[in-house]
Ligand binder design. Sequence first.
Ligand code: ZN
Length: 275
Amino acid sequence: MNEIELRVALVAGAVVVVLGVLWLRSFLRARRRAALLREPLPPEWRELLAERVPLYRRMPEELRREMEPKVRAFLEDVRFVGCGGLEVTDEMRLVIAWQACVLIARRDPGVYASLASVLVYPDEFVVEESEEDEAGVVTEGTRVLSGQTFDTDRIVLSWRDVCESSAPGDAYNVVLHEFAHYLDHTVGNALSDASSRLRALEEWHAVLEREYEALCSAVERGEDTLIDPYGAEDPAEFFAVATETFFELPAEMEQRHPRLYVELQKFYGLDPARW
Ligand SMILES: [Zn+2]
């Protein structure tokens, strides 16, 4: 072997070693992750959820256990960022992650793969917005929000509103609301936008459209509605508030909006009125 051949052999050997080390590292990381996801949630986490999240208490034990690997994966993969001076605690992470995972309890967990971060403010937060009217006049303004979803990579929540979502007797739940928007965004808004014309969603859109129009008319007449009147804003908001009602007041929804209940039951693969 001459000198050039020797150098080539050394470089090739080094490349093989580096690739081997990289492969071993990613293999070990994947194994550690798989082992972690299999680990049941610690009893103190379960107690905390039972104390803080009424939905957790209502859900059958078997389904709660089934959800645990998804909650673990969420906590592993999604970065929580405290904003406006808030320090995000483990409790906050757990309460948010668990409720986010209710929506995917029977759905593909990979749906949250593109979610990079959840930003948490202590209270409602202000966003700057500009709106353009038909004449092209742009108005700059601000809006106060309890939650906001940006495409499929960022969700912003107010912690005070997350806490208020635990109040019994109403359909308000900001975590379910924002993550429902998120699910809609992952399919290019096909859930709320009837013009997407997806065959699989035909039945869904027929029901959604009828229910949305019924809500708009009820709101116009000033009637009391089970579904949050905010859903009359547009079909995307309707899907988000209908999701809140489905999980928070399922028996009432099944009774007063049976077709919508059935469609959401099919979509989420869950039947919360039986819990
Ligand atoms: Zn919304």
